[in-house]
Design a protein around this ligand. Structure first.
Ligand SMILES: Cc1cc2nc3c(=O)[nH]c(=O)nc-3n(C[C@H](O)[C@H](O)[C@H](O)COP(=O)(O)OP(=O)(O)OC[C@H]3O[C@@H](n4cnc5c(N)ncnc54)[C@H](O)[C@@H]3O)c2cc1C
Length: 390
């Protein structure tokens, strides 16, 4: 468990204050400390993993349709593969692959173009025939599917263990985490950050990182910035554990669902917004969700008809107009960095985005050029397109 924070008084100064201790804040903190910045404070209004990270499906895939997402996801995957060793804690990585199922011809054409792009970037995804899918994943009923792509290195990790491993790794390097410590204001003088007001006192600092997930817009407003990050509630269900019948995460964009069998045998599954009324900004649950979800997945995996649902919860995506994150320092408020707006893929990108934000803060050229994801792209009308989001 994360220990000690509640008893310590809040320091009066810090080199860097990170708002939010989800997987993004934790990864940034660890990477900063690894790069030698030790006077880092991470503040969280809640308890450990009470934001989106603790509510996510934690899928990891390098199969994207946009070049930048492919590069970011591949770089993250490279890090995930050595992260347990690096952080000295098992993060629960399971690389059972991702099987993408197309139900439309146009969608399959797009998937084929994606595979070409992915292969050109060192991601060894493949197109699978119906026979190959039947042979590899016999539990699936693929009679009405049009085509498939697969990447064996994709998979999932445990979001709790991964974030905790980052937190413990950062703490070993001197970073301090404070929970139940809400940031209530950010002071700026001229165009520079000066400090952070919290529910437990004031901290003087020249660098603030907004890693507040679905609450990122409120933090940006504290320095007078309006950023288009909207919380969007997504429901998710998990079944009772059953003997292992499916290894890969299975996802379909036209089918609008994803599902995977966890190491303990439970299936976890979710989907993008459907045209039924789920309040966008509440954790509340609907009866329609498990009903629609069951209809979708039992067609593809008939064995699930006999399996009972165990839990059902909701969490927020933090959605931007182009469903890409906002990464970098504000042009208008120096020292105010953002790592927000990750939609449904902020877990899988955290290893690389944490590294990139840390590189920016220490003044190093980011190892992947993410200038197209700068905070100001919306006012410039320069949105970044990605066809492969759920
Ligand atoms: C149902 C669902 C399924 C998902 N599936 C996947 C998936 O398969 N793969 C994937 O990559 N991603 C997935 N995601 C997305 C992923 O969960 C998020 O992108 C990621 O967890 C974002 O991490 P974060 O650290 O930015 O945010 P969070 O984990 O939400 O952390 C933000 C933190 O900021 C804190 N905070 C907010 N305001 C303040 C304040 N004023 N002061 C101090 N602290 C504050 C909060 O308490 C919170 O702990 C899914 C999300 C959901 C909801």
């Amino acid at each position: 468990m994360v220990s000690g924070e509640l008893s310590k008084g809040l320091p009066k100064t810090a080199d860097v204050v990170i708002v939010g201790s989800g997987v993004q804040g934790a990864s940034i903190a660890y990477n900063l400390a690894k790069m030698g910045v030790r006077d880092v404070l991470v503040l969280d209004a809640g308890d450990l993993l009470t934001g989106s990270t603790g509510r996510c499906a934690a899928g990891i895939r390098a199969q994207w349709g946009g070049e930048l997402n492919c590069k970011l996801a591949k770089a993250s995957l490279d890090i995930f593969e050595t992260l347990s060793d690096e952080l000295g804690m098992d993060i629960g990585l399971h690389q059972g692959g991702y099987l993408i199922v197309a139900y439309l011809d146009s969608e399959f054409q797009q998937l084929k173009r994606n595979v070409q792009l992915q292969n050109s970037l060192g991601i060894n995804s493949v197109i699978l025939s119906h026979d190959e899918v039947k042979e590899r994943f016999p539990a699936l009923d693929i009679s009405n599917a049009v085509g498939f792509t697969y990447h064996h290195r994709d998979g999932h990790a445990d979001p709790f263990l991964t974030t905790l491993a980052y937190i413990e790794g950062a703490k070993r390097l001197g970073v301090n985490f404070y929970f139940r410590t809400k940031v209530t204001g950010i002071e700026a003088r001229g165009d520079r950050v000066e400090g952070v007001q919290t529910s437990k006192g004031y901290i003087s600092t020249k660098v603030v990182v907004n890693a507040a997930g679905p609450w990122a817009r409120d933090i940006a407003q504290m320095v007078g910035l309006s950023i288009p990050v909207e919380p969007e509630a997504h429901e998710i269900v998990v079944t009772e554990p059953v003997p292992r019948i499916l290894d890969p995460m299975v996802i379909s964009f036209s089918g609008n669902f994803y599902m995977q069998q966890r190491p303990n045998g439970s299936f976890i599954m979710g989907m993008g917004p459907e045209p039924y009324a789920h309040p966008k900004d509440q954790y509340s649950l609907t009866w329609k969700f498990p009903y629609i979800m069951a209809q979708k997945v039992t067609k593809l995996l008939p064995a699930l008809r006999e399996v009972r649902l165990l839990r059902h919860w909701a969490g927020y995506y933090a959605v931007t107009p182009d469903r890409h994150p906002i990464l970098g320092e504000s042009r208008y408020v120096k020292g105010f960095y953002m790592s927000v707006g990750f939609s449904g893929h902020g877990f899988m990108l955290a290893p690389i985005t944490g590294k990139l934000i840390a590189e920016m803060i220490i003044g190093k050229k980011p190892s992947i050029d993410v200038s197209s994801l700068r905070p100001e792209r919306f006012e410039e009308g320069k949105l970044v397109f990605e066809p492969m989001v759920v």
